[in-house]
Design a protein around this ligand. Structure first.
Ligand code: PAF
Length: 284
């Protein structure tokens, strides 16, 4: 596996991989890799000829400098995992490489970045859209893979790619879970043991909402009923501080009135100092 730290290096490697005629997939990550990331890699390898991963803890998507500081960094282990999985190249740039001196250009999905999770994390989705655009421009992949756990992030990236006519396909990959149902996340290692046990309530809340939907709540009130089931389940766990529950329709608008078709339930809650998110799509 080739390890590249500069834009010119990764561009040279990509040109070499392309010369063989293969189609290239990108798996952007912030490192601290776990089974969820390796699932992105596996699906990318199944659908494309070559896979490039990136490891970059993107400062512009963190609202809180302490959160950025505390983000786990496990580069040597990450490189070994990607190498063992047969990834072709990994791009590990510095902050100065991605944001050169005087950098002032941003990419923002003006509505979608500010609602739902974006309302509790101002600037977060602008940071994500900007860095993902830069990575797409640097690597020029044919497809890119993102986890469905970050449901709004996936929606932001899909909309940005559509709106800016970016020539690649975006793939969403199903969430990988721990045995107790907690969605895998690089943040999980920061949870105190009691909070780690408590955090399984997120998946239980989504299970309860899905079961409620299967019982057939009246269409007019379905969204509010499901949000209430999530709130009530989270309230049974004293260590959880609920931040937001949102129920959205297939266009990522708040699901109001009669809900038909696909809906997404997004939940975020703090356990100690760690903010976790999870999601469930029903009616697929
Ligand atoms: O999901 C993540 O790990 C990050 O938000 C991403 C997409 C790599 C952008 O920094």
């Amino acid at each position: 596996m080739q390890i590249c730290r500069s834009v010119s290096d990764i561009r040279r490697v990509v040109a070499g991989l392309r010369a063989g005629g293969g189609r290239i997939a990108l798996v952007p990550t912030m490192g601290a890799l776990h089974a969820g990331h390796m699932q992105l890699v596996a699906e990318a390898q199944g659908a494309y000829d070559r896979v490039i991963a990136t490891i970059f803890v993107n400062p512009t998507q963190f609202g809180n400098p302490a959160d950025l500081e505390r983000y786990p960094r496990t580069e040597a282990r990450d490189i070994a995992m990607l190498d063992m999985a047969g990834v072709d190249a990994v791009f590990i740039p510095t902050v100065a490489e991605i944001y050169p001196a005087g950098d002032e250009t941003i990419v923002e999905t003006t509505h979608l970045a500010g609602v739902f999770h974006g309302a509790v994390r101002p600037g977060h989705f602008r940071g994500v859209a900007t860095v993902v655009t830069k990575l797409f421009n640097i690597v020029g992949p044919d497809g890119a893979f993102f986890g469905e756990k970050d449901y709004q992030q996936l929606a932001v990236i899909r909309r940005m790619v559509r709106d800016l006519h970016m020539p690649l396909r975006i793939h969403g990959v199903a969430t990988v879970r721990e045995p107790d149902g907690l969605a895998m996340s690089s943040r999980n290692v920061r949870l105190a043991p009691e909070d780690r046990a408590a955090a399984a309530v997120l998946n239980r809340a989504l299970d309860a909402a899905e079961a409620r939907a299967a019982q057939g709540a009246p269409a007019e009130t379905l969204a509010e009923t499901l949000a209430e089931v999530v709130r009530a389940t989270i309230a049974t766990e004293p260590r959880a501080r609920l931040r937001a529950v949102d129920v959205v329709d297939a266009d990522f608008a708040p699901a109001h009135g009669p809900v038909t078709g696909r809906i997404g339930i997004m939940v975020s809650a703090e356990f100690g100092e760690v903010l976790l998110i999870d999601q469930r799509e029903i009616g697929k």
